[in-house]
Design a protein around this ligand. Sequence first.
Ligand code: GDP
Ligand code: MN
Length: 400
Amino acid sequence: MDIHEYQAKELLSNFGVPIPRGIVAYTPDQAVYCAREIGGNRWVIKAQIHSGGRGQAGGVRITTSEHEVHAAAADLLGRRLVTKQTGPQGKLVQRLYIEAAVPIAKELYVGFVLDRRAERICVVATPEGGMEIEEIAAQSPGSLLRVVIEPAVGMQGFQARELCFGLGLEAPQIPDATRAVIGAYRAFRDLDATMVEINPLAVTADGRVLALDAKMTFDDNALFRRPNVRELRDYTEEDPREADASKFGLNYVGLDGQIGCIVNGAGLAMATMDMIKLAGAEPANFLDVGGGASPERVAAAFRLVLSDPRVKVVLVNIFAGINRCDWIAQGVVQAARDQHISVPIVARLAGTNVDEGRRILSESGLHIIPAESLADAARKAVAALGDDVRAGAGSAQAAR
Ligand code: GDP
Ligand code: MN
């Protein structure tokens, strides 16, 4: 799960990371009140979207009067900001962060990631901050500093100081910078993050060290024990298909093909996607309904898959061990009735209560194409796709 910059800053600041004064605003008038409350005469107006590269895309504005604050806020709110990371459709700006602008002398990069091979939290830092880490790594790989943290003892003061000296910081800045680094490490560890990035960690013209940008990503599997983190989730920033799925506990990843898949088990889902490709088409999604899927959950999965206008055929492939084919079949029928499904459905059921499952499907009166094996199911789905696309090529194009 990702969060917004202003949320990450608030969390990090609770761990002692120094940040400039800032307030979130939802309207241009609020932005002006915020600027007034923050005080001073220079403010940064920052678009809050789940993406980096906002600066280059015009999502970060320096303003020097209340009038400019209002104008920048009015211009940014409601705009779709297209950055290198958003894709061409961009992301809608619904919130702004208003911050006291600081005079920057130097921009550093400090990032924390999980190094899965080392099984350790790892710090990556470079004095060449400001750009995205991928660019830094490509342009000046020699500037990258890397520190691996021993989990039994945590990040040590000497490691943080060594890193800060390595970044070229001067003695008077070391205490603040060390506090920022150790604070970010503790936030990473104590909040079950998978990534913390401060870019830039700025040295100001008057010698202070401040986190000017912050990004945090959290381990979804740990959110159950971090309710204060979980409530920072902004569903409007996520692929709506994936956000819906997570509400039903379904494991869903949206893709670009035309065959919607409803499968149980991640391995079977991968195999199904492979077989679809082998048969000459592309899957529209990866969807694992999991073990013990109730008819309601299967129906939810169906609704989700069909809500994607790309889907021209649905392939149901269930190997029921813990699951029961009759429940799956009931879910399929329930969803098909509710939604007046017009696309062909290919179903391959195997395992527990398979005869009952097949009977439910065949007596439902729905047009469901039965399949025997996985390969058979994939071939039939692709064949059905062929018919459908030939019949409605024009409307299919228009729907995209
Ligand atoms: P990103 O482009 O999405 O990573 O957004 P950032 O928050 O990193 O902002 C991009 C750039 O804007 C930074 O690298 C800084 O150069 C600049 N910037 C951000 N905050 C301030 C500030 O308070 N003062 C000044 N002068 N520049 C800032
Ligand atoms: Mn940044």
